[in-house]
Every structure is written in C-alpha cells, then in structure tokens.
Design a protein around this ligand. Structure first.
Ligand code: C5P
Length: 149
C-alpha cells in the first residue's frame, strides 16, 4: 500500500511540475456580491453556446493570474473587480488548466453587463445546481456552494 501511495504521489508531483511549465492557464472568476454568484451564458463555440460559466479567459504571457482576472472582468463585464484568493483545485480543460479565483466588485464599479455573453445571472447557493454549466465549472460547484451563504 505504501509503495502505491508513494508512486501515486510521485506521479502527481511530476504532472504538477510539467503542468506548471507547459499548460496554458485559463482563469475563471467566481464573482460574489450580496451573497450571490455571477454566472454568464456562453455564446461560443457552438458546442458550449447556451451553457453557463464563470467569466474569464486565458492568462497572457508574463501576466499575473490576478491581473488576468481584473482584465477579463473589465473586458467581458465592464466591471472593476478585486480578486481575493483561489477557489478549489486546478481543473483540466482542453485548452490547458482552469483556475478559479474568488473576486468581489470594487466600490463604485459599474454593475456587470453581458458584453461578451448572451446573459448574466446572479445565483444563490440553492440555484447553482440547476444551471447547465460547462463541464469544468460544474466540477467546482461544491466549493462554490461553500463560499456562498
Ligand atoms: O472563454 P475562452 O473561450 O477564452 O476560454 C478558453 C477555454 O477555457 C475554452 O475551452 C473554455 O471552454 C474554457 N473555459 C471553461 N470555463 C470557464 C472559462 C473558460 O471551461 N469558466
């Protein structure tokens, strides 16, 4: 048993190191305001259109992940957000790795608008499950529920 555990841990460490060096990182924003989470409905690609996600996108070369969260929320939502920590673990996606960051609206920010999505919705913990989330984001629902009142 011990040997199995050690082998599994070594394999995990190797893939974590390789992942950190090679994988493209996509950040997703768990924007929470007044006890509810912002969900955004995707418009593309066709296979994901109509599914809901946490807004975000690819981290640019040399960019800090938290800065990418701020930039993506400004571009996609027209909102000024303040990242406040990671949520959950790295999630494998086709494009690389998805990392969820918690965030709140900065005082004085404009309310989020669907500049890049077909709809936005503020959802409470009890409403999370019913939305048709994209697969990667569904995997973080358990952690999201714990972050909501
Ligand atoms: O939004 P964008 O197309 O830039 O996202 C890049 C990739 O990350 C896509 O494959 C998308 O499915 C994935 N993604 C995700 N969950 C998010 C944001 C992006 O799975 N919340």
């Amino acid at each position: 048993l011990l040997r199995g555990v050690l082998t599994a841990r070594a394999a995990g460490l190797t893939s974590a190191v390789a992942g950190a060096a090679d994988a493209r990182v996509v950040v997703a924003t768990a924007l929470i305001d007044d006890g509810r989470l912002l969900a955004a409905r995707r418009t593309r690609p066709e296979a994901l259109a109509g599914r809901w996600e946490l807004p975000g996108g690819s981290v640019e070369a040399g960019e800090d992940e938290a800065d990418a969260v701020v930039r993506e929320c400004k571009e996609e939502l027209g909102a000024d957000v303040e990242p406040c920590g990671r949520l959950g673990t790295d999630l494998p996606i086709d494009a690389g790795l998805l990392r969820v960051h918690l965030a709140r609206l900065r005082p004085g920010s404009a309310p989020p608008q669907p500049l890049d999505h077909s709809a936005l919705r503020w959802v409470s913990a009890s409403e999370l499950d019913a939305l048709p989330w994209v697969d990667a984001d569904r995997a973080v629902l358990h952690d999201l529920r714990a972050a909501l009142p």
